[in-house]
Design a protein around this ligand. Structure first.
Ligand code: HEC
Ligand code: HEC
Length: 186
């Protein structure tokens, strides 16, 4: 990804120098788009994975915008994290927060993250991924018996119960399998 971006920037730079670029921003956007990764950046920080993956799967930061991570990863908010104590040492919190903010939806070039960034623009920062308009819409048609009434899922927050490649940051509908409902998409 980094490499691709460098090439795109280099290309844009060359075109600018040769006087071809009129609307530089649009051009850069057009150049970068084919290089965009489809899904979200998978979690690649050991500390984040350990600390934030013990009660539920470690959500890739690209699933929420920075303003949401700022609310969630706050020293005062963590002891009352969805009814659980998720308090962290000051230094650990600083590292985790930095990692989440650097990879938040609005900082990401991954396509799925961009959709989340767009869906949360100009609205109050949600503290749940499952409250993001785009995510809500995608799960609108799934009957409750397959989620809350399903002992192997319990709530939509447990993404990896159904998204078999969530650990790789992949949420494509082709990779979904709902426990106890093998024929859900018939
Ligand atoms: C002590 C257990 C625990 C730890 C540790 C923990 N969480 Fe949670 N988290 C929860 C619970 C419980 C929920 C709510 C799940 C539900 O509603 O079914 C939750 C929900 C969330 C949600 C919202 C999911 C949704 O519904 O969209 C996010 C985001 C989140 N946690 C991020 C984090 C991050 C980041 C960390 C690491 C700093 C973390 N959590 C650590 C227990 C924990
Ligand atoms: C009960 C199982 C289940 C859980 C839990 C679940 N999903 Fe899904 N998700 C689905 C199904 C089924 C679809 C596909 C719907 C369809 O056919 O279009 C889907 C679709 C999606 C899509 C769109 C995929 C595409 O190809 O357009 C995204 C993104 C997504 N889910 C993210 C999440 C995230 C993030 C979480 C956790 C916060 C989550 N899901 C939790 C079942 C689930």
């Amino acid at each position: 990804m980094q490499k691709n971006l460098k090439y795109a920037a280099l290309l844009a730079g060359l075109l600018c120098m040769s006087g071809v670029a009129h609307a530089e921003e649009n051009l850069l956007e057009a150049l970068i788009t084919p290089f965009r990764q489809k899904e979200v950046h998978p979690v690649d920080n050991k500390q984040y994975k350990e600390e934030c993956g013990s009660c539920h799967f470690a959500y890739p930061p690209g699933l929420l915008p920075s303003k949401s991570w700022e609310k969630l990863l706050d020293a005062k908010a963590l002891p009352e994290h969805f009814g659980e104590n998720a308090e962290l040492d000051k230094d650990v919190l600083a590292d985790i927060r930095e990692y989440a903010l650097a990879n938040a939806a609005d900082k990401s070039y991954y396509k799925r993250a961009r959709k989340i960034a767009l869906a949360t623009e100009g609205v109050d920062a949600p503290i749940r991924i499952t409250e993001v308009r785009y995510i809500k819409r995608k799960h609108h048609d799934i009957p409750e018996k397959m989620i809350k009434g399903n002992k192997d899922v319990k709530s939509l927050s447990y993404c990896d119960a159904c998204h078999t490649q969530a650990n790789k940051g992949i949420f494509d509908s082709d990779t979904v399998r709902i426990p106890n409902f093998p024929d859900w998409d018939d």
